[in-house]
Design a protein around this ligand. Structure first.
Ligand code: ATP
Length: 435
């Protein structure tokens, strides 16, 4: 089902469209070291497969490793062979590493000198942001190709290719489906039909992930075949079991929403929580609810979201509305007690509360200033002033601990007293960053 040629690679015009440099390089078989970065099922492995196919025509070796199963020794073996091929046969080697982010930094280091001296051309595929997951030195020697979620039309094209190659017939939903009008079927295999709107819905629900769409199609067809449902009854007449119809509701069942909408472990998890945080900060309750829904419907852990809300209540709402923290902690505990799906409304309530609450970063900023002051301090930290020290023993009293301390409740008027160490006298962390 994977295309072998660039002209069958759909979507991704920005990365490998006709006018792009990468396309010219690929067509000239001048493959540079690449990191293919994109969400699941957008065509990273497929693009590597096309490059492999093209390389073979130009006698270039193409070796594939998966970072999930390959060991460092496997990489060394590939490199050794690549050196021999280069030295004795002047043959180039392209090494494709799927899920390169799964290699740790020292494993990635293994390639570095060999990419540098041209023994291998590296193609790495990753769903994770390469700036965090790929060794900086290696990254600087590779061209990063950003692939995007496939547009709906591209997924429709991919699904229609699959439908055609499987011999499934597409029913035009604007015309009433009458299986008898589709000719007889003499073989023992049932004829499979699919509603055109089912293909369309599948493409929409796939969220730019062609693999999810293809798997959904496969599951829906297999489910129908094993159930061997007929087209149903029409006018009291039932249709033969040799005809199978895949409907829109079949494909919906064939897709697992959680898999499609959200990648809990990957970049999308951080993108969505960031969008939620920023929407609340911007007091856009509606957008905040949307991002919350994206996460929860995608299977995010509600306690993870609740923890972030607790943090937000203090960081962004702060003393502008101190009960925000109470709300957020209550939401966290409520989620803990009742779990999903019941706790979704608790989180929704809290998200709206926080989005609508007045905001203040006064405490957050002042505390950040304290941290900056402490981290930037040179030499030993100043001692705690003696008058602020507790003096539970005679020795401590004799040493002057607690001496001169003014116990505020004992004074009816405001008390003049220094609370910071001597060298920080006059510093106001609410006003200044440095001390
Ligand atoms: N741009 C595309 N053009 C044509 N077919 C595609 C494209 N993208 C994906 N496909 C089809 O979808 C299937 C999955 O694609 P592929 O394995 O290349 O995705 P991927 O980006 O490597 O995903 P993952 O990160 O999950 O490994 C392939 O079998 C291929 O047929």
């Amino acid at each position: 089902m994977r295309p072998d040629a660039l002209q069958d690679f759909v979507g991704q015009g920005r990365a490998v469209g006709p006018e792009t440099l990468l396309r010219s390089l690929l067509e000239a078989s001048e493959v540079p070291s690449l990191i293919l970065w994109g969400p699941p099922g957008c065509g990273k492995t497929t693009l590597a497969h096309i490059i492999a196919n093209n390389s073979k025509k130009h006698s270039i070796r193409f070796v594939t490793l998966s970072a999930t199963s390959a060991k460092t020794t496997d990489v060394r073996d590939v490199i050794k062979q690549a050196q021999n091929e280069k030295r004795f046969f002047k043959r180039k080697t392209i090494l494709f590493i799927d899920e390169i982010h799964r290699f740790n930094k020292s494993q990635q280091d293994t390639f570095l000198p060999h990419v540098e001296c041209g023994t291998i051309t590296l193609i790495g595929a990753t769903t994770e942001n390469p700036s965090f997951q790929v060794n900086a030195a290696l990254l600087s020697r590779c061209r990063v190709v950003v692939l995007e979620k496939l547009p709906v039309e591209a997924v429709v094209t991919i699904l229609m290719r699959a439908v055609n190659s499987l011999g499934i017939q597409v029913l035009d939903s604007s015309r009433p489906a009458d299986p008898l009008s589709h000719g007889g079927n003499s073989s023992s295999e049932p004829s499979v039909f699919i509603e055109d709107k089912a293909v369309d819905t599948l493409a929409h629900l796939s969220d730019g992930d062609a693999r999810a769409g293809l798997n959904g199609l496969q599951l829906a067809v297999l489910a129908r075949l094993s159930a061997r449902k007929t087209f149903g009854k029409k006018g009291g007449q039932s249709y033969p079991l040799s005809r199978v119809l895949v409907t829109e509701s079949d494909v919906k069942e064939g897709l697992q929403r959680s898999h499609i909408l959200y990648d809990r472990a990957g970049e999308e998890h951080y993108n969505c929580i960031s969008a939620l945080h920023k929407s609340m900060r911007g007091s856009d309750a509606s957008a905040a609810l949307y991002w919350l829904g994206r996460m929860l419907e995608g299977g995010e852990d509600p306690l993870y979201v609740a923890r972030r809300l607790v943090r937000f209540a203090s960081e962004d709402v702060g003393l502008a509305d101190p009960s925000a923290l109470t709300q957020a902690v209550a939401a966290y505990q409520g989620c803990h007690f009742i779990g999903m799906p019941e706790c979704e409304v608790l989180l929704a309530q809290c998200v709206v509360y926080l989005a609508r609450a007045p905001k203040s970063v006064e405490v957050y900023s002042a505390y950040s200033n304290v941290k900056a002051c402490l981290r930037g301090h040179q030499g030993p930290l100043p001692p705690v002033p003696l008058h602020l020290r507790n003096a539970p023993t005679r020795l401590m009293k004799d040493l002057g601990y607690g001496q001169g301390y003014k116990y505020n409740p004992a004074y009816s008027e405001p008390v003049e007293q220094e609370y910071l160490p001597q060298e920080l006298r006059g510093v106001d962390f609410f006003k200044q960053r440095r001390c």
